[in-house]
Design a protein. Structure first.
Length: 88
């Protein structure tokens, strides 16, 4: 498992290393959907999902074009199931 606490920290991660990515849409320094787009550019088949506690409709639409969005904290079980299903 690779953990990053902000969008900037993801820049140093090789997108081909993780089996999947679960990204918070409300990162402190960046939009999670933009981080995901960069990861997808490097690894087009990387499964990506998102967590959101209340992102704007525009941000949710961008994220849903990339992968599923789980509402936090109420959909934690679904997010964990998604991670397990996509882990190598």
């Amino acid at each position: 498992m690779i953990e990053a606490d902000c969008g900037g920290a993801v820049a140093g991660i090789d997108a081909n290393t993780p089996a999947c990515a679960l990204i918070d849409l409300e990162l402190g320094d960046e939009d999670g959907a933009l981080v995901a787009a960069r990861l997808r550019k490097e690894s087009p088949t990387l499964p990506i999902a998102f967590f959101s506690a209340g992102a704007s409709n525009e941000r949710l639409e961008r994220a849903r074009a990339i992968g599923p969005v789980f509402k936090k904290p109420s959909q934690l079980d679904q997010a964990v199931a998604w991670l397990v299903a996509h882990a190598r």
